[in-house]
Ligand binder design. Structure first.
Ligand SMILES: CC(C)=CCC[C@@H](C)[C@H]1CC[C@H]2C3=C(CC[C@]12C)[C@@]1(C)CC[C@H](O)C[C@@H]1CC3
Ligand SMILES: C[S@@+](CC[C@H](N)C(=O)[O-])C[C@H]1O[C@@H](n2cnc3c(N)ncnc32)[C@H](O)[C@@H]1O
Length: 373
C-alpha cells in the first residue's frame, strides 16, 4: 500500500469525519453526540487508535506508534472528544488550584497565565498549536483582545471550535484551521506570538513541531508552551516508571512521552532562546493538579465542582464505563466504546500515579524567544 500525500490524507480524514460524526457537529455534545455516531465508522476509529497499543514498549513497537502519529492521534480525538467534553469541559488541559478556587476559574487562570507569559497583547496575531475545541483560544481572545488562529489536525474538533466561537460572538477574533503541526502551511514569519497547551506531546519528534513554530513566528516573537514531559526523576529502565509512562501514552494517544531535557534541548536546537523554564507542578500546592482524577472528596473546592468531580472521579468513571458497556451490548452505542472508556481509565490511573510520584508533569512551562536576527 502506498502512503497518502498530505492532501490525500486531509481529504480522507475529512471524508471520514463526515461519515463518523454526521454534518450537524457543533450543536451536539456529550451523550447526544456520542449516540449519534455512525457505528461502523466509530468502531473503525477505535481500531485505528488502539491498534498500536498492544502492551509492547520495545523499539519496534514505539517506532510504529511514532510513524503513525497523525492517524493515531486523529483517531484518538475522534473517539475521546465527546468523553472529554462530558467529563471536563471545552478546555482539554490540567491546571493548578488555589484553595477555594472553582474548577472553571482555575482552568481560565492557567490560560491567562500562559497568555501573560507569552506577552500576548490586543491586536497581536497569535497561533494556538493543537487548539482542541477552542476553549483556551476563546478565553485568551477575551482576556487579551488578540486575534487567534487555532491549528488542529482533527476535523471534528475544528467544526466544534468554529461553532462555539460563533456562539460566543468571537468569530471575528478567532479562526480554526486544519493542519499537521509537524508540517505547517502558514507563510514563514506570520505570527507575533505562538502558544501550545498540552498538545505538542503528540509530536513524534519535538524538534519537528518546535522547528515549525520557530519558522512561522516573526523575529523577536515569543512561543509559550505547557508541555507534557517525564521529569528528571523518571528512569526509562525502571519497569514501574515505564508502566506509568505507557499508561499515559496509551490512554492519551501519545506516541512517546519524552523527558523534560529532550524538550529543552529541542527548543535550543531549532534556535529558540529559552526565557523561562519551570515545572509548575513542582510545588507544595495544597490541592494537586491531578485531584479531579483521584476521587478524594476532601480536595473539592466549591459546590459547583461536585458534578464535574463525580464524572472525573474513580466512581464516576466506573459508572460511565458500566453505562457505556450496557449501551454497547444492547446496540445503542457503537462497538469499541467500552474499550475507549477503559483506555481513558488507564490514562487517569497513569496520570495520577505519575503526578503523585512527580515522574510526570502536564505543565512544564517554557517561554522561548525567536531572536531578532
Ligand atoms: C491528552 C492530553 C495531552 C491532554 C488532555 C488532558 C486532560 C484534559 C485529559 C487527560 C485524561 C482525560 C480523562 C477525562 C477527561 C479529560 C482528561 C482529564 C475523563 C474524566 C472524561 C470522562 C471519562 O468518563 C473518564 C475520563 C478519564 C480521563
Ligand atoms: C489535549 S488536546 C489540547 C487542546 C487545547 N490545547 C486545549 O487545551 O483545550 C491536544 C490537541 O492537539 C491536537 N493535535 C494533536 N496532534 C496534532 C498534530 N499533529 N497537528 C495539529 N494538531 C494536533 C489534537 O487534535 C488536540 O486538539
Amino acid at each position: 500500500m502506498t502512503a497518502d500525500s498530505p492532501q490525500e490524507l486531509r481529504n480522507r480524514q475529512a471524508k471520514f469525519t463526515a461519515e463518523l460524526h454526521g454534518d450537524d457537529i457543533g450543536s451536539k455534545t456529550g451523550l447526544k453526540a456520542f449516540l449519534s455516531k455512525n457505528k461502523n465508522a466509530q468502531s473503525e476509529a477505535v481500531t485505528k487508535y488502539l491498534r498500536h497499543w498492544d502492551g509492547k514498549t520495545d523499539e519496534e513497537a514505539e517506532n510504529r506508534r511514532l510513524e503513525d502519529y497523525n492517524e493515531a492521534t486523529h483517531s484518538y480525538y475522534n473517539v475521546v472528544t465527546d468523553f472529554y467534553e462530558y467529563g471536563w469541559g471545552s478546555s482539554f488541559h490540567f491546571s493548578r488550584f488555589y484553595p477555594g478556587e472553582s474548577f472553571t476559574a482555575s482552568v481560565a487562570r492557567h490560560e491567562h497565565y500562559l497568555a501573560y507569559k507569552a506577552d500576548i497583547k490586543a491586536g497581536d496575531l497569535v497561533l494556538d498549536v493543537g487548539c482542541g475545541v477552542g476553549g483556551p483560544a476563546r478565553e485568551i481572545a477575551r482576556f487579551t483582545g488578540a486575534n487567534i488562529i487555532g491549528l488542529n489536525n482533527n476535523d471534528y474538533q475544528i467544526a466544534k471550535a468554529k461553532y462555539y466561537a460563533k456562539k460566543a460572538g468571537l468569530a471575528d477574533q478567532l479562526d480554526f484551521v486544519k493542519g499537521d503541526f509537524m508540517n505547517m502551511h502558514f507563510e514563514p514569519e506570520t505570527f507575533d506570538k505562538v502558544y501550545a497547551i498540552e498538545a505538542t506531546c503528540h509530536a513524534p519528534k519535538l524538534e519537528g513541531v518546535y522547528g515549525e513554530i520557530y519558522k512561522v513566528l516573526k523575529p523577536g516573537g515569543v512561543f509559550a508552551v505547557y508541555e507534557w514531559v517525564m521529569t528528571d526523576k523518571y528512569d526509562e529502565k525502571n519497569p514501574e516508571h515505564r508502566k506509568i509512562a505507557y499508561e499515559i501514552e496509551l490512554g492519551d494517544g501519545i506516541p512517546k512521552m519524552f523527558p523534560a531535557q529532550v524538550a529543552r534541548e529541542a527548543l535550543s536546537t531549532v534556535g529558540f532562546e529559552i526565557l523561562h523554564d519551570q515545572d509548575l507542578a513542582d510545588n507544595e500546592d495544597a490541592v494537586p493538579w491531578y485531584y479531579p482524577l483521584t476521587g478524594e472528596w476532601r480536595y473539592v473546592q466549591t459546590i459547583s465542582d461536585l458534578a464535574t468531580f463525580f464524572r472525573t472521579s474513580y466512581v464516576g468513571r466506573k459508572f460511565t464505563t458500566t453505562m457505556v458497556t450496557i449501551m454497547e451490548k444492547v446496540g445503542i452505542a457503537p462497538k469499541g466504546s467500552r474499550d475507549v472508556t477503559l483506555a481513558l481509565e488507564e490514562a487517569a490511573v497513569g496520570l495520577v500515579a505519575g503526578g503523585k510520584a512527580k515522574l510526570f508533569t502536564p505543565m512544564m512551562l517554557f517561554v522561548a524567544k525567536k531572536p531578532e536576527n
